[in-house]
Ligand binder design. Sequence first.
Ligand code: SF4
Ligand code: SF4
Length: 276
Amino acid sequence: MTIQETYKTRAKELLSSGRVKMVVGYKAGSTPDRRRPHFIRTPEEADRLILDSACIANLSGYLITEGLLSDEKSVGIFLKPDGVRSLNILAAESQLNIEQIVVLGFDVNNNEITALKGEKAEDFSTLIESLKEHVPQTPGNPLLERIEAMNAKERFAFWEAEFSRCIKCYACRQACPMCYCRRCIVDCNQPQWVNTSSHTLGNFEWNIVRAFHLSGRCVGCGNCDRACPVNIPLRLINAKMAHEVLGAFDHFAGMSQTQEPVLASFKKDDSETFIL
Ligand code: SF4
Ligand code: SF4
């Protein structure tokens, strides 16, 4: 039996037994190489489920749809390791009750899809621990190496050119499971904290504010830069921030549902090099 068939059967069992009220998975998208979310409420609907190497979007953001978990019933969801990490963060930030989530775990590597053993977020903790080794390090990462080799002026020019294409569509924010505020600061206009125009200052404000907001929270799923219509390398700036918080605070985002947020917690032995 293929992994897809195995997981279809599992989704049907979860629904027919009443263990979950819904399974969030993938179905065919608008082109052969794209997948879209599939919200499965009956075993019959599971027949349209697709699980292949094109299933790369992190679906965890759908779990915090208003009211979805308020009846305390469980929901099953297809998640890769980055999705499990974001699930842990959503639980740590009190956005959901992790006991209501049944994970149908899988991974995609070199177009090969593998099933992950377990069904609760904690079942994947050893796997997530091992991912810490793979936080982008500067040597060996051509894009990070390129950024590191620049002086401050060149780096500013690089990001100024990249951000100049930003049209403030906020697709990156909408696609990000970690951007869940009902009202984002950029949508407030009294006072207008972040300029809404697509000019240099406004674009820097938006993208830098978002990068800081995601520091120690981004799981590198890539939902944001896949959503960006002008191909700004958003994962690059987030990867750089992940590298910094790992080096400075030994913090790898999404390790567990009890992990403290790196920018909102304090340890007595923090180096304090960031205090000017
Ligand atoms: S910032 Fe981008 S890569 Fe990071 S969690 Fe959000 S969508 Fe995923
Ligand atoms: S998706 Fe791209 S263009 Fe749209 S706001 Fe985000 S960075 Fe700007």
